[in-house]
Ligand binder design. Structure first.
Ligand SMILES: Nc1ncnc2c1ncn2[C@@H]1O[C@H](COP(=O)(O)OP(=O)(O)OP(=O)(O)O)[C@@H](O)[C@H]1O
Ligand SMILES: [Mg+2]
Length: 244
């Protein structure tokens, strides 16, 4: 059965979709079977980041509405043969319940290793749909004070769900500013949000220009963190996997 991990944030634009897609690439490069499921209905971006726009005949909403089978809505990445997208290209006419999305993902789950759920920002319907499906959560924030404040609210809410693991990814970190102490250190961020840090992603124009950076060390570390057996984990990663 696939591990279902929601990738969420309080503030918009902090890098959830970038994290989802780059993590998926690193997992697929390890031969793991991955779906990136876009839960940002109508504002979907996963297909854009992967350069796979207009390739899907059906989307998640079609599956929920019974227009096709779950497998038919998956689109294989042209480069990574074990990586698939499940998009959500439109705003559904009637409400899509968390249970309906859960049912679709459970149908696909036995044939995959990971299902990454790219959420819209905040704690609205998209958050609730993802939280109903996922067993694990990654909270993405930047070191900026506004993102931190919103992340704190989401971290509090995540605690009320029974996730087996909740971890933090700090994105858009400017190394020089961190070195000069001009922004919060990653240790301060982890302590403030009471969550273990899984990865620290530097601000890098490669992501801005190409969206995917196969060679990114930070995403390599993040994929290791999710796949390496617990006893092999060291230092800061040791707390991933703890029950909250
Ligand atoms: N580490 C990074 N370095 C440079 N640019 C980045 C980085 N992470 C994300 N970006 C850029 O920031 C912008 C927002 O990223 P992204 O779309 O992943 O955020 P998001 O949290 O999914 O946004 P939304 O809340 O709208 O869904 C994009 O232009 C992306 O290329
Ligand atoms: Mg996004």
């Amino acid at each position: 059965m696939a591990r279902k991990i929601m990738v969420t944030s309080g503030k918009g634009g902090v890098g959830k979709t970038t994290v989802c897609c780059n993590l998926a690439v690193q997992l697929a490069r390890r031969g793991l079977r991955v779906i990136v499921c876009d839960l940002d209905f109508g504002l979907n971006n996963v297909d854009v980041l992967f350069g796979m726009e207009n390739l899907a005949n059906y989307d998640l909403i079609d599956v929920v509405e019974g227009n096709c089978r779950a497998r038919q809505a998956l689109v294989k990445h042209p480069r990574y043969s074990t990586l698939y997208t499940l998009t959500s290209n439109r705003i559904p006419e009637s409400c899509v319940s968390p249970q309906a999305v859960k049912l679709v993902l459970e149908t696909l789950s036995p044939q995959f290793d990971f299902i990454l759920l790219d959420c819209p920002a905040g704690v609205g319907a998209g958050f609730r749909r993802a939280a109903a499906c996922a067993e694990e959560a990654i909270l993405v924030t930047t070191p900026h004070i506004s993102a931190m404040r919103d992340a704190d609210r989401v971290a509090g809410l995540l605690q009320s769900y029974r996730f087996s693991s909740v971890g933090l990814v700090v994105n858009l970190v400017r190394k020089e500013m961190a070195r000069r102490g001009e922004v919060l250190s990653t240790e301060d961020i982890a302590a403030a949000l009471h969550l273990p840090i899984l990865a620290v992603i530097p601000e890098d124009e490669k992501f801005y220009l190409d969206n995917i950076s196969e060679r990114s060390r930070a995403f390599h570390i993040l994929a290791d963190c999710l796949t390496v057996e617990k006893e092999e984990k060291r230092g800061i990663f040791a707390t991933w996997g703890r029950k909250r």
